[in-house]
Unconditional design. Structure first.
Ligand code: FAD
Lengths: 398, 961
């Protein structure tokens, strides 16, 4: 009989660390905690691992961000991803096929040039290509000047690619379980107990649990869970939609993102085109799909690839994204409540961060000290108005 | 080739149709009838294997004839993944098989029966990742093998014409079967505007292949007719209603909130917004899981009925018929009538049926095996035998040699549209189906989606639901009599064997599902993701019921708590072309009122937001020089223009903008930055007090829509009593710039143009050639210049007039590119180009527009942060040496190998003869005279010198002259 990915346990009365949220970030945190030798950790998941963004994203990985803080952090993550299949002994199907960000306006192209230069300076492989060079790698793309917004250039990032997102969730879950972490499905945190400025534990649908350290790792639900502790952070949850086509013989061997047309697409090893665009323009917790999204995406993708006119959409869906004002995450102890931590603000781009987020968050929890790598992501930056501006590099949901 | 066409049928009359059509399948010519689908024509021609499965390349043939599954994905005239059993043949069609090499009959990629159980469960996660270098190589091979149809990547142009159409009926009925037709009738009789949408080319739903006679119907004229004729009679009656529109061959693929229905008819997308929606999509054959249930030659009951009655095709020669309800005998009778030898009817029930059809089947000598069902199909590429045994899968009763196995195991509701992400269906223990009992307001459902029933019952229910929808009443309760209920067989007949395919699209077996559950994927959602079952081309439409029931069973739950996973749109795959419609993009092109004049003058255009603006008229450097030396004109119509008035106008502006404007006298203009709530500089513009209490604000081209929405947003969310006129498209505008601009204007207008009479930063009204204009003495270029705003409809006339009058001063038009150089020579920033989402206005050098000692205004709190912190970086003008390469916009500035800044705008100045630009640098590099190293995109540095002022006319003498 095959071995179980993770075991089922009864809830204990107390744990040293309680992780709220069984997405890639929560499970990665649990995995690295176990790896660091920390025992007595529980992951509490309201539904099942991967119910949230981690099971709904379009799985684009890259590290060519814009700010020094961002580039270093996402590059650490990409590095961890590169070795993750081997480390977790699970084929995550990381397909490092190369990643294009197309520029169609002078200002967006100039932003791409800045990113290329910042990346080069920090040793990240990312550089500009001319339309003719783009055409060489993507023969089907329309670079003619007749397009509504002709392509002026692209930022190319060879190590970027796509991964099998569910596999990442499962493999981290299995790894955490092996290391002794308890993963509890169908366990919803309904209240966070705080006394005299200290966290005491959480109340769940399965009973109360005591813990000295509690961390919220719930992405799209961050405002809600923080509210349970009386903490207000600048998260605003927006839906993000995606779609997938039927399966076709692979012809597109790179991830293509257009910031002006607000779309992106890639083709999986199964032959499906996985596609998306920007967030819905209104805050919302409903994970509903709209016709407008499919229409707009279709109109825009045909600008880039007119050959796709008879390619068919097979499924559309949506997930929740916890946007922050600067499109950078918050990973931080909360000063006002001892023992309460928040990991969130992953917006439309957080899947690629799972390993680095999990690793540094685990370190923060285990050592009681914020690692330098994630110091810039303290929530205090908003009070001080010292933002880590990644909007230009992260706004097209990938 | 065996001829499978029927010339006659013993029990029904077949429609007359000659074999007038010819098409090709893999280059072979096939004759067909005009009412054939591709699948029926190929079946008639004796072609059994039409495609290969996705994962193991197992052979696939005609199954339900309804296009629910993915058995018949074909390439038709170059379009991949076309459903062969949903597509009518056309003369000359080029049909090709996919995903099989060299042919579907012999496929080199096929993983045969023996290997299927050997591959480890979820094998793709467990192989090829160690050592690390293996995966990229393995992936190449996997990608070569992956995919179903091939996209035609050679076509450059698309001649298909896609169209969007809109409908707004009171009531939209989806599905034209007996219940849908009846509800249509009721709604029409109530005088409502009704739209009926039916996927098939004909109305009638399942009744078109039913020989059964209608009995006990409330509408007596239908009694005694065959169901097909009864449906025809209703159709005829419906035709008399003028308030009804019928769309056939139109498939509803999604139902969204607020009754938005999306439907496709060939190349057209219908967007239907209905007052009420009646969902009557019916039911389809149940997908039974058993050993080798995926072999070609296994067909569903309705699948063979359709072949016989609608296409006149004999499905096979020797058949074994499996079932659990009276309808099985109807199917068996139709088979017999078509000359098929029915070897046995295996009926899972204990009591024999008493219907007319059962009597005929019996009379024809077919044995009926009670308490029996199928244990296994035999055969590799096609069925050659069947094993029958008990329901529990333990005891075998008999084996038969046959080429056809017909599964008539009852029906499952087509729940896709009903549940589409909003309502979770539940197992109805009594009716033995998954069902949605109550839909959100405005949605109604009727017919076989509540469990199959007799024609009479469906008619009755449909009428009642149609009436309720017309009256806005509650959905009437659906009832099913005991005789209507079909007791479901086990979802999987648990006889021995390891090829019980739950999901035929993705080749997922029961054994694989069980192994996955043992690994911990014990919820239907995770199980589905891990095994991919239900995620193939049919998206679970075929197997949803089996998946949900088996997932429950194998995780130790009862069917009553089983839930199908969420159904997501679209119900059938829809192409990007159909979704996009005629426009290739949704972004309109906006042109100014003078566009044609620019075109005539040889301009090239660039995109500025939605607008097309002249980039240049040929030679940028010459344009720039000629403006500086004499007179130039530029079309600035694309600027945003807002008229702001009302009792609270000035209070509103004080709140929206960072400056103080109470003392802005009429006739005066002031420059203003715009600050977000986060204290970030995001826009600038000018505010003119044009007449008492009326302000005129101009904004940049790219931001105008955003600014307008922002102003409106604040008006609705606050108490300010303000009116905002969006004058952007109403007024055209030009800027006249250069030493001779005053001289030209003196010719054009009759107001005082002297420096004292019309000083810098002021506004005047005048008329030019009879057209009322507003004049603004402002300028971006650094020369003496005037902006003229006037009604758009005079665009061309005004341009022509000014060009003619300016000829004596050699007036020349200049484009955006020239303007960018000119403004750079003056060191003016452009929001969005020289600023980004984090720009601190103090650092950008527009701190002078901020008066933070006034009452609350947008961004005040965060501006204080910035101010307290002091300057850390700065936007500075710089110059290069003559002969230096001009860096690209966006490149980095380095100090000791570390990035300390970036260039935002960089151009060659024709008048100065060297490169100039704007750059963000660290404050310690911002002192005038500092040398900065600018990294060229191609490598290598150029050295710039920080300036403390504009490179051109630093004191602004010309501007104010
Ligand atoms: C359509 C879409 C496309 C995307 N594409 C990309 C992409 O291409 N690349 C990329 O890098 N990122 C992408 N993202 C973003 C990425 O998916 C997320 O940032 C990331 O998955 C967040 O992971 P997480 O573990 O923090 O949160 P999640 O995966 O959302 O997990 C949070 C979990 O918390 C649980 N939870 C919530 N409240 C409670 C409670 N009270 N008690 C217990 N548990 C609770 C939820 O059930 C959920 O399982 C995309 C997102 C979406 C929606």
């Amino acid at each position: 009989m095959a071995k179980q990915m993770w075991r089922t346990y009864d809830l204990k009365k107390t744990y040293d660390i309680v992780i709220i949220g069984g997405g890639a970030h929560g499970l990665a945190t649990a995995y690295y905690l176990a790896k660091m030798g920390v025992k007595n950790v529980a992951v509490l998941e309201a539904r099942y691992p991967g119910y949230g963004g981690s099971g709904r994203n379009t799985a684009i990985l890259r590290s060519n961000y814009r700010t020094e803080e961002g580039i270093k952090f996402y590059d650490q993550s990409l590095g961890l991803y590169e070795n993750l299949s081997t480390e977790l002994n699970y084929n995550l199907m990381f397909s490092q096929q190369g990643h294009f960000t197309l520029g169609h306006t002078e200002s967006s192209t100039s932003g791409l040039v800045t990113r290329a230069e910042n990346n080069k300076a920090l040793g990240v492989n990312s550089f500009m290509l001319t339309p003719q060079e783009i055409k060489k790698k993507l023969p089907e793309i329309n670079i003619s000047s007749h397009a509504r917004y002709p392509i002026l250039g692209a930022l190319y990032h060879p190590p970027g690619g796509i991964i099998r997102h569910d596999a990442v969730v499962w493999a981290y879950g299995r790894g955490a379980d092996k290391g002794g972490v308890e993963i509890h499905n169908l366990t919803e945190v309904q209240d966070i107990l705080v006394k005299n400025g200290k966290v005491e534990g959480v109340k769940t649908n399965r009973g109360t649990i005591y813990a000295k350290k509690v961390i919220s790792v719930v992405a799209g639900w961050s405002s809600e869970v923080c509210r349970l502790a009386g903490v207000k952070l600048p998260f605003v949850t927006h839906p993000l939609q995606a779609l997938v086509t039927e399966s076709y013989k692979p012809w597109l061997h790179h991830v293509v993102v257009s910031s002006t047309l607000h779309i992106y697409l890639s083709q999986t090893d199964r032959g499906e085109l996985v596609c998306g665009d920007g967030i819905d323009g209104y805050p919302h917790y409903g994970m509903r799909s709209t016709l407008g999204f499919m229409e707009a995406f279709s109109a825009h993708v045909l600008e880039l690839f007119p050959i796709l006119h008879n390619v068919k959409v097979q499924r559309q869906w949506a997930g929740l994204c916890d946007m922050t004002p600067d499109y950078s995450p918050i990973i931080s102890p909360i000063d006002e409540i001892e023992g309460f931590y928040v990991n969130g603000g992953w917006g439309t781009y957080g899947f690629k961060a799972s390993p680095a987020s999990g690793f540094n968050t685990a370190k923060m929890l285990a050592e009681g000290k914020v690692p330098d790598m994630i110091k810039p992501f303290s929530y205090n930056r908003f009070g001080e108005n010292r933002l880590v501006g990644e909007k230009a590099a992260a706004s097209v949901s990938s | 080739m065996p001829d499978k066409r029927l010339s006659s049928h013993a029990y029904i009359s077949l429609s007359e149709c000659d074999q007038a059509i010819a098409f090709t399948f893999n280059s072979k010519v096939i004759k067909a009838r005009s009412d054939d689908t591709i699948a029926s024509a190929l079946h008639a021609a004796g072609i059994g294997i039409l495609s290969r499965s996705f994962k193991y390349h197992r052979p696939r043939g005609l199954y339900d004839g309804y296009g629910l599954g993915a058995d018949l994905l074909l390439a038709v005239d170059g379009t991949p993944n076309v459903r062969g059993d949903k597509t009518r043949v056309e003369d000359g069609m080029d049909v090709r098989s996919q995903n099989a090499w060299p042919s579907p009959d012999f496929d080199a990629m096929a993983v045969n029966n023996t290997l299927v159980p050997l591959l480890p469960n979820g094998f793709y996660y467990k192989m090829f990742h160690r050592p690390k270098w293996l995966w990229p190589i393995a992936e190449k091979f996997i990608r070569k093998a992956a995919g179903i149809g091939a996209i035609d990547t050679t076509g450059e142009t698309v001649d298909t014409r896609y169209e969007k159409r809109y409908r707004f009926p009171d009531i939209c009925v989806i599905g034209g079967g007996p219940a849908g037709l009846a509800s249509c009738l009721a709604a029409c009789q109530e005088g409502k505007h009704v739209l009926l949408v039916e996927e098939d080319p004909q109305l009638g739903g399942h009744s078109v292949h039913t020989a059964t006679k209608v009995a006990n119907c409330q509408d007596d004229r239908l009694n005694g007719l065959s169901e097909q004729d009864a449906a025809g009679a209703i159709w005829d009656e419906l035709k008399t209603y003028k308030n009804l529109e019928i769309l056939t061959s139109t498939v509803v693929f999604a139902l969204y909130e607020d009754n938005l229905i999306a439907a496709q008819s060939k190349h057209d997308l219908y967007k239907i917004r209905a007052g009420a929606v009646i969902l009557a999509p019916g039911a389809t054959d149940r997908h039974l899981v058993f050993e080798n249930n995926d072999i070609p030659g296994i067909m569903t009951g309705r699948g063979v009925e359709r072949l016989i009655t609608m296409h006149g095709v004999k499905p096979g020669t020797r058949a074994v018929v499996i079932g659990n309800h009276d309808g099985v005998y109807h199917t068996a009778m139709l088979l017999q009538g078509a000359g098929v030898e029915v070897l046995v009817v295996a009926d899972s029930r204990s009591d024999a049926a008493t219907t007319e059809a059962a009597r005929i089947v019996n009379e024809n000598g077919t044995p009926i095996q009670p308490l029996s069902t199928i244990h296994a199909a035999k055969g590799r590429k096609s069925v050659n035998g069947a094993v029958i045994g008990d329901i529990a899968g333990k005891v075998e009763h008999a084996s038969y040699r046959c080429d056809l196995i017909v599964i008539a195991a009852g029906f499952k509701p087509q729940l896709s549209l009903l549940s589409m992400g909003r309502v979770q269906p539940g197992w109805d223990e009594e009716r033995q189906v998954f069902r949605v009992e109550k839909l959100p307001d405005g949605l109604y459902s009727t017919g076989d989606v509540h469990g199959t029933a007799s024609f009479a019952q469906l008619y009755k229910e449909g009428k009642a639901v149609g009436l309720a929808a017309a009256q806005g009443a509650e959905q009437p309760q659906s009832v099913r009599s005991k005789e209507d209920i079909i007791v479901a067989l086990p979802a999987d007949i648990p006889a021995k064997g390891k090829h019980h395919f739950i999901c035929k699209c993705m080749d997922v077996t029961r054994a694989e599902a069980c192994a996955s559950i043992a690994e911990g994927f014990d919820r239907v959602e995770t199980l589905k993701r891990y095994t991919s079952m239900g995620m193939g081309p049919c998206q679970g439409k075929m197997c949803y019921e089996a998946v949900a029931r088996l997932a429950a069973e194998d995780t130790g739950l009862s069917t009553s708590v089983a839930v199908p996973t969420t159904v997501r749109p679209p119900y059938i795959p829809v192409s990007f072309g159909v979704l996009a419609g005629r426009s290739q993009h949704l972004i309109p092109i906006r042109r100014t009122a003078m566009h044609d004049m620019h075109q005539q003058a040889g301009a090239t255009f660039l995109n500025a937001g939605q607008w097309k603006r002249p980039h240049s008229y040929g030679d940028v450097q010459r344009e720039a020089r000629s403006m500086r030396e004499g007179l130039g004109i530029i079309d600035v119509s694309t600027l945003g223009k807002l008229g702001i008035s009302g009792p609270d106008a000035i209070d509103f502006l004080q709140f929206m903008l960072p400056g103080k404007f109470r003392k802005l006298a009429t006739g005066k203009i002031r420059y203003s930055a715009m600050i977000g709530e986060d204290g970030i500089l995001f826009e600038d513009g000018t505010l003119a007090h044009v007449k008492e209490g009326y302000y005129y604000m101009s904004t940049t081209t790219g931001n105008q829509d955003a600014i307008r929405s922002l102003f409106w947003w604040w008006i609705v969310t606050t108490d300010f009593d303000v009116k905002i006129d969006n004058l952007g498209p109403i007024f055209a505008a030009v800027n006249i710039s250069g030493k001779n601009s005053r001289k030209l204007l003196e010719k054009l207008v009759d107001i005082d143009m002297s420096t004292e009479g019309f000083p810098y930063m002021s506004t005047r009204n005048a008329t030019i050639n009879g057209v009322p204009v507003m004049l603004f003495r402002i300028g971006f270029t650094g020369e003496l210049s005037y902006e003229i705003h006037f009604p758009s409809e005079y665009g061309e006339a005004m341009w022509t007039h000014i060009m003619a009058e300016g000829a004596e001063y050699s007036i020349k038009p200049f484009g955006i590119e020239t303007q960018r150089i000119l403004r750079l020579e003056k060191g003016h920033l452009l929001p969005g180009i020289d600023t980004d989402a984090l720009t601190n206005p103090y650092e950008a050098g527009v701190g002078f527009t901020i008066k933070d000692n006034k009452d609350d205004f947008i961004g005040k709190a965060f501006l204080k942060n910035f101010k307290d912190r002091g300057i850390e970086n700065k936007l500075i003008p710089y110059k290069l040496s003559a002969g230096d390469a001009i860096p690209s916009d966006g490149v980095a500035i380095l100090k000791a190998g570390k990035i300390t800044g970036r260039v935002t705008s960089s151009r060659m100045s024709p008048i100065l003869g060297y490169g100039i630009g704007l750059a963000w640098v660290n404050v310690d590099q911002s002192t005038p005279g500092t040398k900065i190293a600018i990294r060229l995109a191609g490598g290598g540095d150029v050295i710039g010198e920080v300036l403390d002022h504009a490179a051109y006319d630093p004191e602004g003498v010309l501007l104010k002259s």
